[in-house]
Ligand binder design. Sequence first.
Ligand code: SIN
Length: 276
Amino acid sequence: MTTYETISVEPITPRIGAMISGIDLAQPLGNQQFQEVHDALMRHEVIFFRDQEMTLDQHKEFGRRFGELDIHPGSPGPEGHPEVLVIHADEKSKFVAGGLWHSDVSCLEEPPMGSILHLHTIPTCGGDTLFASAGAAYDALSEPMKGFLATLTAIHSGEKLYRGRYKHQGVDDAGKVYPEARHPIVRTHPVSGRKSLFVNQGFTLRIPELEKSESAAVLKFLTDHITQPQFQVRFKWEKNSVAFWDNRAVQHYAMWDYFPEVRSGFRVTVKGTRPV
Ligand code: SIN
C-alpha cells in the first residue's frame, strides 16, 4: 500500500480512478511530489484534480515532468502551442473529440503514455468523461480466452477516425497519410507489468490473423467487454478540473449530452513506447 506525504489520494472506485488534492499543478513539482503523483497514476490508472488554474505553458510543464509531449497527427494546436490539443464543443459542433471509446492516438507505432485534460468551460450539467480499466477487463477473462488473445494482433488506423475531421479548424487533409500501426491485443504495462486489452472502437480496424467475420466478432466482443460498467469510473467536471489518464491502462469516452452548450479546454499528451 502506497503512503503519500505530499498529496492526498482518495480512491473513487476500488478498481479505477482517484481524486488527488493538496497540489498546485501550475507550480513546478518537486521530486517527491512528482513521484507520488506518478505512483497514484500507476495505482489508480486515471487521477483527477479540482481547482487548477494553469496557463498553456504551465500545463505543458506539468506534462513534461512525465515525458516528452506528442503533437497530434490531425488537429493543429493553438498559435505557438503545437503540443496542445484544443477540446471544444459548442452549438455549431457536428461531433466531439473522444465521443466513442478509445485510447488516445493508438494508431501511432508508439501510442501516448498519458493525456492530461484541463477544462476551463463546462456545461450547466453533463459532459462527463467515462474511463474503463482495460487491465480489469483482461483479468475478468477466462484462461482459454486469454491464451487465444495472446496469439493475436490488431491494426489501429488514424484514417478511420481522422479523415476530414478537422475541416472546421481549416485543415485540408487531401493527400495526407494518417498513421497506422499493428499492436498486440494483450499488452503488458511497462511500469506495473499488468496485462491489459489494447483494442478500441475508435481506432481498431481488424485482426489480421483472423477471417474478416471472425475479426469483426472478436473485436465486437472485446470492445463490449472492456466497456462494461464494472470496469468504469465516471468523472463529473467542474471549471478548472484536470483529468490525467494512463492510455496504456484505460480507455475513455467523452459524453456529448450537453448540446448546444459549450464545453472547452486543452489537452497535452505525453509520448509513450511501443506496446509489447
Ligand atoms: C479526449 O478524448 O481526449 C476528450 C476527452 C473529453 O473531452 O472528456
